[in-house]
Design a protein. Structure first.
Length: 534
């Protein structure tokens, strides 16, 4: 036994070494300087929910109040109290799911195409692509959804290939995890029957009728998929224990058009959204990845009226359909469309790109050189941008929608941690003094971003006061009259008054990344002074 393992290691020594290098690089890129990017609005919400759910058992379904599935928060609530920096552990959780996605990509590519080289290249794409790296470093649910998606595909393929119930059940658990993470998990359920095309169907002579063996095989494959769906639905229905389960479909309507939309105006927003997808892949892919996808498609897939021609393999068709279907449906129906909403399609897109190296030895010499050149260009551009993402994210090459949301506008939480440190020092200097902080908004970057850093100091009260702020909120006036240390935290673009007219003293300003036009937003930290106009 041990001699056989030793022989296998010796035979695949180069591949194993390359795999370890890629894995090490992927881990390093995902955990180095993990909190350098300011906290993002949704991150603040999810981490704050996790803290509340951890402290109050009756609120374990709290995310349902906003129509969000709670699995990411369920995982995080067991971890967040054990780490001093809640943002770090939230992002580390996503990073670990990102590493799990690398293993899922390798396993899925290997089972379909039986090529260690292609599997390693597909894994490399995920390991160093700025697209996957950026979101694996954020405390968002998308990395978890992506990991469950690729493992659902792997286990479903294995079940269809071997007709084994245990793997169908594992596919069910993965699919259930996806459904408990985010609503787009339903795409994996809808595409599950596509795995049937890679099953090992009994051979029959051309022109003969379908026989008993084929029918029995079909029944088994369908039954296994039904078992997968049953497990997933049983898991999903756990959410019915929460009193706000009905909020999921209600909130989904805020993000997607009704089914009838495709018959009314299918071009809106389809064309705009597809242009956005291409832009995101071109910038964050980066661009060389798109070229490899095109080469792989031209070489491996030829489809005419939905009938695969001889050269096309069902494995390639499965990967293509698993990638493109969610993108097309989302492009047609999405009211709100952001680059992270298609993150879960990237593993199969990366597998598709890696097929440029499939059967590499049989290709023409000039095509070999072109593919290698494009791959090296991908690595160079990806690593260059990765270094910026983990060291100077404000200088990274990012799509405009990403820069606005994460670096330039109110959703970017520059200064929040610094303000929390000031408040902690204020509390330590006088523990008997009550502190009240008013923040713009009631939900999101503020006040949740500040609350998660001050979760263990109940003497500091955070009050959401809405936005925009044109007058000193009555709650802060009352706090000052009661003798409390009182502060206001607001973004300058949402502050519509002169500080001196409201009795405010500016203690600190935390500028965000400059916009393309040179303007720059900032987070303002005010103290309510004694001369406040009551």
């Amino acid at each position: 036994m041990f001699s056989g393992i030793s022989q296998w290691f010796n035979k695949n020594r180069k591949e194993i070494l390359f795999g370890l290098v890629i894995l090490t690089l992927a881990i390093f890129l995902r955990i180095y300087n993990l909190t350098i990017l300011p906290i993002f609005g949704d991150e603040a919400i999810y981490i704050r929910w996790s803290q509340v759910m951890s402290a109050v058992p009756s609120l374990r379904f709290l995310p349902l109040s906003d129509g969000k599935q709670p699995l990411f928060m369920w995982v995080l609530m067991f971890l967040v109290r054990r780490f001093a920096d809640p943002l770090f552990i939230g992002r580390l959780t996503s990073a670990l799911y990102g590493i799990g996605t690398i293993f899922g990509i390798f396993a899925t590519t290997q089972i379909l195409f039986r090529s260690v080289r292609v599997s390693l290249i597909a894994s490399t794409f995920w390991a160093i692509s700025p697209y996957s790296l950026f979101y694996d470093r954020l405390a968002l649910v998308d990395s978890m959804l992506t990991a469950f998606g690729i493992w659902t595909l792997f286990f479903a393929i294995y079940a269809a290939r071997t007709l084994r119930l245990d793997f169908a059940l594992l596919a069910g658990f993965s699919l259930g995890g996806a459904l408990l993470t985010k609503s787009p998990g339903v795409f994996f359920a809808l595409m599950l029957p596509m795995t049937w095309i890679v099953s090992r169907w009994p051979k029959r002579k051309k022109g003969t009728a379908v026989g008993k063996k084929e029918l029995v095989h079909l029944v088994k494959v369908v039954a296994l998929s039904l078992a997968t769906l049953m497990i997933a639905l049983l898991m999903y229905n756990i959410l019915r224990l929460g009193e706000n389960f009905h909020m999921i479909p209600i909130r989904n309507k805020d993000y997607i058009y009704p089914i009838s939309h495709v018959f009314e105006d299918p071009r809106t927003p389809l064309i705009t959204n597809l242009k956005s997808v291409f832009e995101w892949l071109w910038i964050l892919g980066p661009s060389a990845l798109v070229l490899l996808i095109i080469i792989a498609l031209l070489d491996n897939i030829k489809i005419s009226f939905l009938k695969l021609k001889e050269k096309a393999k069902p494995e390639v068709a499965l990967i293509f359909i698993w990638s493109i279907t969610p993108i097309l449906i989302s492009a047609v129906y999405a009211k709100v469309f952001a680059d992270r909403y298609i993150l879960f399609t990237l593993p199969t897109l990366f597998i598709l790109a890696s097929l440029a190296f499939w059967k590499f030895e049989t290709r023409k010499e000039i095509l070999k050189k072109l593919i290698v050149l494009i791959f090296l260009l991908f690595v160079f551009r990806a690593v260059l941008n990765d270094i910026k993402i983990i060291k100077t994210p404000e200088n990274a090459h990012l799509p405009p929608i990403v820069k606005r949301g994460f670096l330039q506008e109110w959703t970017a939480g520059y200064g929040i941690k610094e303000v929390s440190e000031i408040l902690k020092e204020e509390y330590k200097s006088n523990p008997d003094q009550k502190i009240v902080v008013g923040t713009e908004g009631f939900f999101g970057t503020l006040p949740d971003g500040l609350q998660l850093y001050l979760n263990d100091i109940p003497e500091i009260t955070i009050i959401g006061v809405g936005q925009p702020v044109a007058n000193l909120p009555q709650s802060l006036v009352d706090s000052k009259k009661a003798g409390n240390k009182t502060y206001l935290l607001v973004n300058n673009t949402r502050f519509l008054a002169k500080p001196e007219t409201l009795g405010l003293k500016l203690l600190a300003a935390y500028p965000k990344t400059p916009k393309a036009d040179g303007s720059r937003e900032a987070l303002l930290f005010f103290e309510v002074r004694d001369e406040v106009k009551l």
